[in-house]
Design a protein. Sequence first.
Lengths: 111, 113
Amino acid sequence: EDQVTQSPEALRLQEGESSSLNCSYTVSGLRGLFWYRQDPGKGPEFLFTLYSAGEEKEKERLKATLTKKESFLHITAPKPEDSATYLCAVRSGGSNYKLTFGKGTLLTVNP
Amino acid sequence: SQTIHQWPATLVQPVGSPLSLECTVEGTSNPNLYWYRQAAGRGLQLLFYSVGIGQISSEVPQNLSASRPQDRQFILSSKKLLLSDSGFYLCAWSVGQSTGELFFGEGSRLTVL
């Protein structure tokens, strides 16, 4: 069974204080790792797809990286508007449709 | 552009009552459609997915059911709600198969009392 574990559960940063969120996974044949952002009371919003170890994707202050066992979401000089829950999900070779999600990391950026 | 609408946004239902949540997608044809549930302290859980009209696959045994009467309409139902059905229900769509890029609706918050 595919498993996704995100850490920390919650992270509080000051504006401009860079940090990283972790997503470790166990799958049988990774077919993609996905990052989403979820604002309170809203549906998740897609951020990145990573397919193979060594791959990196960037969007504004966010950069996602992938190894064979985990992914990191690096946040550089965050702003208060980056506050949200960040979700990690994987798709394995055993399922064409099912994404297995982690519980997420709640990020709070204080001004 | 594509949009997804989901309603109602919030509902409070007694145990044993029926449920109907609706989701429609605009601006695309033949989307893959999904129902996810997000319970407190748990990750998003896939409940149902559909690749076409009348084609429904269930991921988790439960007292919920789904239907797709039209290409861009997806309905989640229950005949008798349980306390454990409380949660945040999310409809999503994707283009094509085997993709992890999902577009989610705004969600429906269900509280069963």
